[in-house]
Ligand binder design. Structure first.
Ligand SMILES: NC(=O)c1ccc[n+]([C@@H]2O[C@H](COP(=O)([O-])OP(=O)(O)OC[C@H]3O[C@@H](n4cnc5c(N)ncnc54)[C@H](OP(=O)(O)O)[C@@H]3O)[C@@H](O)[C@H]2O)c1
Length: 247
């Protein structure tokens, strides 16, 4: 993908990985739109950055996604890059019958969200010539965290969807998967200070240097996540699952 001169939409741009990526892409000479449910947080991302534009969006609302996409294409006709980054993660006990509202929200936001937003923007992106879709999955797409079963399943499903998208869009739209390891953000409460997770600034720095390789790798995996990415091939899935279960 081009490194500068893009118009990039990043969902979940009001915090964590999305916020820091937005600022880095901005500083490389790109126009960036950050989208999420909390306007204050999006405005904080944009404060002091002339070309970061906050726009509210709830990826769980089908009509809202449609309206948002039409509005964004009208306001930013040069839009050529979509980062499907918004996501939520919940820990759950699946050994007894329970309230499934968290599980439902995870599927709706983490899986249906990218499917819906991609669908709403694909006809526009195809006209651009230099379009890119980046889907943010996780190391947990390749080795599930048993205590975050639905979350892990949504990321495995998004990995699969991304493979199909890449194959179907070959020659038209570049499709990249960004699979972070555990990173110190507030994805789950207290995670930004939890040991064993990668510091956010180090994660962003390594990720941005991978994005700048030409051609851009189709999977952006920092060193820290590669053992998870390769676990199946290396016969390590059971070992890593046991480690995660005891965390
Ligand atoms: N940090 C990690 O360890 C890690 C590891 C692997 C993958 N990831 C993935 O990386 C992505 C970013 O996570 P993060 O770590 O940066 O956590 P984060 O700071 O919690 O970011 C998630 C963002 O998604 C937004 N979001 C949630 N639900 C939304 C909805 N319905 N519509 C629009 N936006 C929504 C949130 O903003 P609002 O609540 O204001 O909408 C928030 O800004 C996620 O997809 C996550 O699964 C993270």
């Amino acid at each position: 993908m081009k490194i500068s001169g893009n118009t990039i939409l990043i969902t979940g741009g009001g915090s964590g990985i999305g916020r820091e990526l937005a600022r880095k892409w901005h500083d490389l000479g790109n126009t960036v739109i950050v989208a999420g449910r909390t306007l204050d947080a999006l405005e904080e991302t944009a404060a002091g950055y002339e070309n970061i534009h906050p726009v509210t969006l709830d990826v769980a609302q089908p009509e809202g996604v449609e309206r948002f996409a039409k509005d964004i294409i009208e306001r930013f006709p040069a839009l050529n890059v979509l980062f499907n980054n918004a996501g939520i993660m919940k820990y759950e006990d699946i050994t007894a019958s329970r309230d499934l509202s968290d599980a439902t929200a995870e599927v709706t936001i983490n899986l249906l969200g990218p499917i819906r937003l991609t669908d709403a923007l694909i006809d526009h992106l195809k006209t651009r010539g230099d379009a890119v879709i980046v889907n943010v999955t996780s190391g947990l797409a390749f080795v599930p965290q048993p205590k975050a079963s639905t979350y892990s399943a949504t990321k495995a499903a998004l990995h699969s969807y991304t493979l199909s998208l890449r194959q179907q869009l070959e020659g038209t739209v570049e499709v990249i998967e960004l699979a972070p390891p555990g990173v110190q953000t507030e994805l789950t409460p207290g995670q930004s200070e939890r040991e064993g997770y990668m510091p956010l600034d180090a994660y962003i720095e390594e990720t941005m240097s991978l994005f700048q390789q030409q051609p851009t790798p189709r999977e952006i995996c920092v060193e820290f996540v590669r053992p998870f990415r390769n676990a199946e091939k290396d016969g390590k899935v059971d070992d890593f699952m046991e480690m995660l279960a005891n965390r």
